[in-house]
Design a protein around this ligand. Sequence first.
Ligand SMILES: [Zn+2]
Length: 463
Amino acid sequence: MRVFNSLTQRVEELLPIEPGHVRFYTCGPTVYNFAHIGNYRAYIFEDLLRRTLKYFGLRVTQVMNLTDVDDKTIRGARAAGTPLKSFTQPYRDAFFADLRTLAIEPAEHYPAATDHIPEMIALIARLFEKGVAYRSADGSIYFRIAAFPEYGKLAHLDRGGLQAGARVAQDEYDKENAADFALWKAWDEQDGEIAWDSPWGRGRPGWHIECTAMSMKYLGESFDLHTGGIDNLFPHHEDELAQAEAATGKPFVRTWMHCAHLVVEGRKMSKSLGNFYTLRDVLARGYSGREMRLALIGAHYRQSLDFSFVALDAARASLQRLDAFRARLAGLAADKAAAVPPPWAVQAETAFGVALADDLGIAEALAALFTLVTAGNRALDANQVAPADAAAVLALLARLDAVLGFLEPEATVAPPEMLALLDARQAARKSKNWAEADRLRQEIAAQGWVIEDTPKGPRLKKG
Ligand SMILES: [Zn+2]
């Protein structure tokens, strides 16, 4: 598999340090609010990457951190008058619920920053030993970028430009150089009760040290893959890299991958423009997580993704087409054992794999899927699909869905009152009361459920 590496600026073969096992770090959410759809675009890109690696037979160990101490979480907890953990907990829970809604596979580890303060302190101590950390007059600890000549190599910064450009903020902190960044922030009144003891006095970690300490703890001092949104590239990832390599003297990460922005109807998403959406806002308009997943997955990760409700409607129509195709196959396959898939399906699966192996070419992979649907419907229309072929195509689609995660409708069990409406509709149909049957169908639809007629009788699925 080949991917674009932000560090080398080239598309390269992804070769894990330990053959067959990709160790992979993902910058996770700051749990001070509900994550917005731009965040989920990045998490879905990372999920696609994770699932694709597994599709190609690689083992994946993925770590996603939870930032539960920083300026925003502290401000929120202080404003709410609650301890930090009680303030962040509902947003952590909401985040994991959203991941399930979007069928994002769980990572192997979700370390929270506040559970890893000793690791961060130990790393800062190593940076002191190496002469790249220093204490300022207010007691905060900074990283001395002048002592790490490779600073800027990930974001491809011109060091001269970096220092001149950063001078604007020179009066802000008591630092040797305006571009130096905080490893540890000394306690001040804004922090209230939120502080930890360290060899340098009470305070709290800087954001960048959180990710370096936690990634190295779970993945080792050198690992394969680090991802995030393009906003994370500088300064966050540059600083993570500088901290790790200055401390260990080893290459930190082989491959860095960054996902482009999400825009809404061509404009940057912002609260002031009224086009700022959380996932919950989108669901409240009657869309499903499955529709949202397809709308967010379809553009190549290095291109900005233009989100709109028109695009969500298009995702809904595409899913209806996919569902109808799978229902046709299921009706034909019944309980037949799978044979070798027909050539039009084999070709599509090959094209799908080739596209993903080339820097996650999802647009081409989806094109291969829809070409399969067109060819399959044509063959079904011509009665050229035997039951065992239909079973084989369904099995093939299940393999593709291990990557896509949206073919199988959400496995939601309908509540009893919906099942009662379904029974009433069946009774109405039996007594040929078509008007009543139709009224009941509409009532079911109004509650967000769709009746699917299967060979085993009707069932309900989430619309
Ligand atoms: Zn991070």
